[in-house]
Design a protein around this ligand. Structure first.
Ligand code: ADE
Length: 410
């Protein structure tokens, strides 16, 4: 067991490391330290509490805010990072492997700080605000949502007439989904699987369930590692896209007996279920990369398994009458529960968008709807990222601008 000092030191070093690879956020931090736009404001954050998140929380604090944070998943909080962050003056309500009761209590404590602005990842914090802490709603200017699952939940709240604050759908910004969902998930999912299993991907059949932006990234990286990729998808357009990309597309019923490794990224529930378990090959590996642990029916797996044992950290073996099935990270998102989440350079963009989203909420009175992030913010982050990458791009000259704005060409 590490001492508290060792834990704090480890967390501090992790934050320092990512800081060196998040220059866009660094540039925003420099501006925020000078202008203190969040002075007298309280910001609540519900995110995967690892080093990149901690750095963003510190940036917001340096911008003048009082910041409170809780985890957005019981298995993604890193205790060393949480400790280091708490010592830097942020109120931290999180620990690794929190029970469902503790997880909820941490959300509640975070809301009890009476925030004016909220960053959420999966919508747990803001939905609790609307149910059990509705008296605090008048003090909240708005929220910003990090992930597809959360945006869908907020859209459902809006459709039901239940949404009472503006929500900026940060997930849907180009500088988020095109990079974080695709390259971030694509890489971090294999980071989690490879760290956990230490097995080869080349030559294996990898079944990617869901071909949204995350699924696209996962499929692309699986193929790059030498896997034969199979896609299961319910949307005909996306399924067609996968087929034309050269992947095999089939129903889960069929894929179940083919795959060596299954990765769920649908945002839906029970996509790998008891029927699937019965069809799987001996030795099949199951991993989830969707926000909630509902994509693989773990309860159903437990029910039909004769025995269960942990064979390596984050690998549970289920014995189904002699057939062995391996579940990674208990069906929680494998890239965060069994690794460190997306690479720093990717979260640099996602978290720059989050900080700019908070500024936009602070500066504008927005309606209680799910709203897109303004395109100018998206472009600002892309420009900053290009600049730190040392990439210059061409600009339209006046003649080109005039040409593109005209319609009478013949
Ligand atoms: N690190 C912090 N938040 C994350 C997220 N939503 N996805 C991946 N890595 C993260």
């Amino acid at each position: 067991m590490p001492t508290t000092d060792e834990l704090r030191n480890s967390g501090t070093l992790k934050i320092e490391w990512v800081k060196g690879h998040m220059p866009v956020l660094g540039e925003l931090a420099r501006r925020l330290r000078q202008t203190k736009p969040f002075a007298k404001m309280k910001v609540a954050i519900c995110l995967h509490l690892e080093a990149k998140t901690a750095y963003m929380a510190q940036v917001i604090k340096d911008g003048g805010a009082e910041v409170a944070i809780c985890g957005s998943n019981p298995l993604s909080t890193q205790n060393d990072v949480a400790l280091a962050l708490a010592e830097s003056g942020v109120t931290v309500n999180a620990k690794y492997d929190a029970s469902p009761e503790e997880y909820r209590m941490y959300l509640a404590h975070t809301l009890e700080t009476e925030p004016n602005l909220i960053i959420d990842d999966g919508a747990d914090l803001i939905s609790l605000l609307h149910t059990e802490y509705a008296d605090l709603l008048p003090g909240v200017r708005g929220g910003a949502e990090e992930t597809t699952t959360g945006v869908l939940r907020f859209q459902a709240m809006e459709a039901a007439g239940a949404l009472k604050i503006p929500i900026l759908a940060v997930n849907d910004a180009h500088c988020k989904y095109l990079f974080d969902n695709r390259y971030g998930t694509g890489q971090s999912v294999f980071d989690g699987i490879l760290r956990t299993t230490n097995l080869l991907i080349a030559g294996k059949k990898v079944v990617v369930v869901g071909y949204g932006w995350c699924g696209k990234g996962v499929a692309m990286r699986a193929q790059g590692l030498g896997a034969q990729v199979i896609i299961c998808e319910i949307n005909p357009i996306k399924a067609l896209e996968a087929a034309m990309e050269g992947y095999q597309v089939m129903k889960m019923e069929e894929a179940a007996a083919e795959g060596d490794i299954f990765i769920t990224v649908t945002g839906s529930t029970g996509v790998i279920n008891v029927d699937t378990f019965k069809r799987l090959k001996n030795g099949a590996i199951l991993a989830n990369a969707g926000h909630f642990d509902v994509e693989i029916d773990v309860a159903g797996l437990k029910k039909i398994a004769r025995t269960q044992r942990t064979v390596r950290k984050n690998i549970d073996e289920y014995n189904l009458n002699g057939k062995k099935i391996y579940l990674l990270a208990a069906g929680r998102l494998v890239n965060l529960a069994a690794a460190d989440g997306h690479p720093a350079e990717i979260m640099d963009m996602a978290f720059a968008l989050q900080v700019l989203a908070l500024l936009h909420l602070r500066e504008n009175n927005l309606p209680a709807k799910v709203l897109p992030l303004p395109l100018e913010i998206d472009k600002q982050v892309a420009e900053l990222k290009l600049a730190v990458m040392g990439i210059e791009i061409d600009r339209l000259d006046e003649e080109q601008k005039k040409y593109l704005a005209s319609w009478q060409r013949v």
